[in-house]
Structures are given as structure tokens and as C-alpha cells.
Design a protein around this ligand. Structure first.
Ligand code: ZN
Length: 133
């Protein structure tokens, strides 16, 4: 459930375009990569969430949750791909025009990171939902 106080972030997040439904063939490939990452997280006893960040049809970064491994409460898949893409791949902080493929709707922290990094679209992957985020 949504906690009080995060509504504003989520409203902004919606405005940035969270897309569900219609997928292109390219989307399917990136979704499959994100699902592979989620499976890898499960194998490592992490919360099974995967993310892929794409710019101009190219994968900039892919990652899965590493909260347990890194003992870092912010090491969510989305945070890891945003950091990797910005610092390591693009050498700039903004990810304008990039698309984030993620296996579960981002939490408030990750939604905020999507906003400040100026990721253009977030593509949710339709899987069996759990309440764990
Ligand atoms: Zn998160």
C-alpha cells in the first residue's frame, strides 16, 4: 500500500509516463533481460527485481536488487542501473530520452531517482505481482 507522504512523488512519476500494455518487439527483448536479472536476484536471495536502462535501442545498464549483498538499503535494481548508466556509461548525470524497464513498479525512492535523472519512460513488465517492493 502507498504510505502517506509519497503521493506527490508518485503523481509526478505518473506524469513522466509509466507505460503498461502495448509492447514492441524491442520492448520484449529488454523485458526479457530485466526478467533474467530478477531471476538472478532470486538465486542470490535478494528481492527478485530486475531493471534495464536503454537509450537509443542500446542497453546502458542492467542490474538486479543487491540490497543484501551490498548491505545497502538503496541498492535497488533501478538505482543501480541509473548510477551505472550515468556515471559509467554516459559520464553525465541526466538520462534524458532513456527508458527504464523494470519488473515491478518502482518504490518511492526509485521513482524519485527516475525523476531527478530525467529518465523519459518507465516500462513496467507484467508478471505475477507481489506486495513486496
Ligand atoms: Zn526501489
Amino acid at each position: 500500500m502507498v504510505h502517506a507522504g509519497v503521493g506527490e512523488v508518485e503523481d509526478n512519476f505518473e506524469d513522466r509516463g509509466v507505460h503498461e500494455g502495448r509492447h514492441s518487439r524491442e520492448d520484449t527483448v529488454f523485458m526479457s533481460l530485466a526478467l533474467q536479472e530478477a531471476r538472478q536476484a532470486a538465486l542470490e536471495d535478494e528481492v527478485p527485481i530486475g531493471a534495464v536502462l536503454v537509450l537509443n535501442g542500446k542497453v546502458l545498464a542492467r542490474a538486479h536488487n543487491r540490497v543484501e549483498a551490498q548491505k545497502d538499503p538503496t541498492a535497488h535494481a533501478e538505482m543501480l542501473v541509473i548510477r551505472e548508466a550515468a556515471a559509467q556509461q554516459l559520464g553525465r548525470w541526466y538520462l534524458r530520452d532513456a527508458t527504464l524497464y523494470v519488473t515491478l513498479e518502482p518504490c518511492a525512492m526509485c521513482a524519485g531517482a527516475v525523476l531527478v535523472s530525467r529518465v523519459l519512460h518507465t516500462q513496467l513488465i507484467q508478471t505475477c505481482r507481489s506486495d513486496e517492493a
